[in-house]
Structure formats: structure tokens, C-alpha cells
Design a protein around this ligand. Structure first.
Ligand SMILES: [Zn+2]
Length: 417
């Protein structure tokens, strides 16, 4: 037992002993559970018999709850938390028009307010770390995120096809020079927006920078059509936005083949992958990628059209799949932004195993964001916080909490600032 750790500067940090119906992380579930935490560090976890009494610890009674590490939302757009839900009318291209229009009206002040609301809703959902996409003006979101309790990676977003790639590349370099590096709780990554909105040179430039990179890939069939022959709704949209130019290259391949060819063995977080073919599974497993699946957002847009996202087959092939929420615009929980609700959604829809769900919401997501996975499990050492999901029956386990709608509460809050 390690009950004498945590003495810093001659002062004993407050220690708490959490008693819970069960404790679960990506490594397994303990029920009933005792969790000893001191000064934001996990000291010990086990059954009450294993951990024993800790005379100087404050007891936190969570015996009506399951405790989890603070969660990781691998893909969100916190800067779209200002407006309410945007009804989906059946066309992704016109929905996106509406979202771009909302963004176009934003001032730095309204953007900061929207991100602030997104952070509040994320914390209300038990989120400790986010992979947040930041549209223009980009640095406002980064600053707001860096002054919040959330950790994670901020991905400034870039568009640029054909002759416009050079401008995107210069913008990427300038934001990295000004805001990157250092030992930060919020890392600075890059997001070339998508395969159809950012050219190959710009995508390659981003992944060559050695920072976390997130790209929307194979989200819709309209994307596949545009990459195949340059036609369809996205071609019209790109022309309408004035982004088409004579330098645009049409790869003539499937979005997944296109991006994997571009990446080689360089790492990236591929967002959505709603449309993959069986032959892609081995290719994805051999690549250095993490997939971010946003179940409620995909369902909201009717992706994939047959209703069967390949996330389970991906996991069976050894591909790390993380969970994301995408934006608040697509969610059915106006009071929180949480991958806990994505876990509930998958468990109810597909009967997905709790161990798979926990790994998706913690270890896999941390990998995709370039974070240390041990921050989001109960192994001894630094932690991104501890949450409790209450309302479970006596002797309840996490699987019981997946059938409830109870929001999580923080027992040990995340500490980055
Ligand atoms: Zn997105």
C-alpha cells in the first residue's frame, strides 16, 4: 500500500477515499470499489478489503454510483455551441451551408462565448479532454480552451484546394510558430478540414509538422462522388463558394484510399469514416491512424445509409476507434456534450460491450489526440479527474448506468488551467 505518498513541500495534500458501487476504466471493472486519490493523483484502486481503511482520508460516499475516469471527446466543434440545434433537411451540402453561414456571422466575442458554453456543457458531461476543431478565427478558441479546466488538443481548421493550398500552408505555419510548442495542457494540432476541401499538398504539410492532425474523411457519399470524378453536390458547393480553381486535383479514388496513400505511416485522427469498404479494414489496421466515430451525429445525418457503421469490425481488426460528439447542433442532450451519451447510444442500439465502450471513450481517444492514456484510467499517478454516474441499483455496475440518462458529476475535477 502506498498511503504515505503525496507529501509535497512539507504539506500533506488532501486525500479522499471514494467508495463506489463499481469503478471502471479501460483496464477493467472493480465492484464494489475503493479509490484513494490525493492531490489529483490516483494512489490506489481495489475492493474495499484490498484498499482497507485510510484514517486520514475524507470519505466520499458514491455507493449509489459507478465511477469512471474523466472522459475524452475525440471530436467536437465547441465553437458551434452558440446556436441551438440546426434541423437537418436531408442534404448535407445545404446543412453545411447553414453552419458556415452561422460561423460567418461570428465575431471574436460571440466565438469566445460559444466556446465558453461548449466548455461548460462538456464539463457537465464529465469530459476532461477534448479534440476540438477551431474554425476561423482559430486563436480565440485556443485561448478560451487554454484558460479552461479542460485539457486536450485544439485543431485549428484550414481549407484550401488547388492554388489555394499555399495560403493554407502559410496560415498553418504561422499559427504553429505563434502558439505551438511548450508543455501545455491544451496541445496545438492542425485540421486540414476534409479530403474534398483541402488539397493533398496542404494535408501532407499538416501531417509533416509532427503535431496531432485531425481530418474529416469519408463522411458522406457526396464526398466519395467528388473525389471519384469531381462532380456532384460538393462540386457545385465548392464553385458557389468561389473555392474552385484550375489547380484542383481530382484523385479518382475512394476517400479512404486517397487519405491512406497520402499519409503513408504518418499518424492522423480520421473523423467519421462512415463509408468504408471491407477491403479498407486491413489497410486502416496497417496505417498509423485513429478513427473518431461520432455515433449520434452519424445517425442524425443518416450515415452510413445502410445504418451500419463499421466501428466494431474496425476494432476487431485492431484499429483504434475513439468516440466523439461532433457539434451540439446534432445532439439530443441540450444540457451537456458527452461521450457518455455516445456510449449509451451504442449500447442501446448495438449492445456494444462495456469494455469496448470504455476503451473508445478513454485510451483510444487519448491516442488520437496525442495524450498520455494513463491520464484517463485509474492507474497510479496523474489523472484527468474522476466522475460518478449515479442512480444505479444497489450493487450496480456500469452496464446499469448505460440504461439511465443521469448526467455524470465530478468527484475529482480536472485540473488543467
Ligand atoms: Zn466535425
Amino acid at each position: 500500500m502506498l498511503h504515505n505518498r503525496g507529501i509535497t513541500g512539507g504539506q500533506m495534500a488532501p486525500r479522499i477515499l471514494i467508495r463506489a458501487s463499481s469503478a471502471i476504466d479501460a483496464r477493467g471493472e472493480t465492484a464494489p470499489a475503493s479509490l484513494l486519490v490525493e492531490g489529483g493523483e490516483i494512489i490506489e484502486i481495489g475492493t474495499p478489503q484490498q484498499v482497507g481503511d485510510v484514517p486520514d482520508a475524507r470519505i466520499v460516499d458514491a455507493t449509489d454510483a459507478v465511477v469512471l475516469p474523466g472522459l475524452v471527446n475525440a471530436h467536437c466543434h465547441l465553437d458551434l455551441s452558440g446556436p441551438g440545434p440546426v434541423p437537418f433537411t436531408g442534404s448535407f451540402a445545404s446543412w453545411l451551408d447553414e453552419v458556415l453561414h452561422l460561423r460567418g456571422d461570428a465575431t471574436p466575442e460571440s466565438m469566445a462565448a460559444a466556446v465558453g458554453r461548449g466548455i461548460e456543457l462538456s464539463l457537465a458531461g464529465g469530459t476532461a479532454f477534448v479534440g476540438d476543431i477551431a474554425g476561423v478565427p482559430r486563436t480565440t478558441q485556443l485561448e478560451v480552451l487554454r484558460s479552461s479546466p479542460l485539457g486536450g488538443t485544439c485543431f485549428p481548421e484550414f481549407f484550401g484546394l488547388g492554388t489555394r493550398q499555399q495560403a493554407a500552408i502559410e496560415e498553418m505555419d504561422s499559427i504553429l510558430a505563434e502558439h505551438g510548442g511548450g508543455d501545455r495542457d491544451v496541445l496545438l494540432g492542425l485540421s486540414p478540414h476534409a479530403t474534398y476541401s483541402c488539397g493533398p499538398r496542404a494535408i501532407s504539410h499538416a501531417v509533416d509538422r509532427g503535431v496531432p492532425v485531425a481530418i474529416h474523411v469519408s463522411e458522406s457519399l457526396e464526398e466519395a462522388r467528388f473525389l471519384a470524378d469531381g462532380s456532384g453536390a460538393f462540386r457545385e458547393k465548392i464553385e458557389r463558394l468561389g473555392a474552385w480553381n484550375e489547380g484542383v486535383e481530382i484523385p479518382g479514388t475512394h476517400p479512404v484510399d486517397y487519405i491512406l496513400d497520402l499519409l503513408g505511416d504518418r499518424p492522423a485522427l480520421l473523423v467519421h469514416l462512415n463509408y468504408v469498404e471491407p477491403r479498407h479494414l486491413d489497410l486502416l489496421a496497417d496505417a498509423n491512424v485513429t478513427v473518431a466515430y461520432c455515433p449520434r451525429a452519424s445517425d442524425y445525418f443518416g450515415h452510413p445509409s445502410d445504418g451500419h457503421h463499421a466501428y466494431q469490425a474496425m476494432i476487431d481488426h485492431g484499429i483504434p476507434v475513439a468516440l466523439g460528439t461532433d457539434s451540439l447542433l446534432c445532439l439530443d442532450t441540450p444540457d451537456r456534450i458527452s461521450v457518455l451519451d455516445e456510449m449509451r447510444h451504442l449500447h442501446r442500439r448495438d449492445g456494444t460491450e462495456v469494455s469496448t465502450l470504455m476503451t473508445m471513450a478513454t485510451h483510444h481517444a487519448a491516442r488520437g489526440l496525442g495524450l498520455d492514456p494513463s491520464l484517463v484510467d485509474f492507474s497510479p499517478g496523474a489523472t484527468g479527474g474522476v466522475i460518478a454516474v449515479g442512480g444505479v441499483p444497489e450493487g450496480g455496475r456500469f452496464v446499469d448506468a448505460l440504461h439511465l440518462d443521469e448526467p455524470p458529476r465530478w468527484l475529482v475535477p480536472p485540473v488543467s488551467s
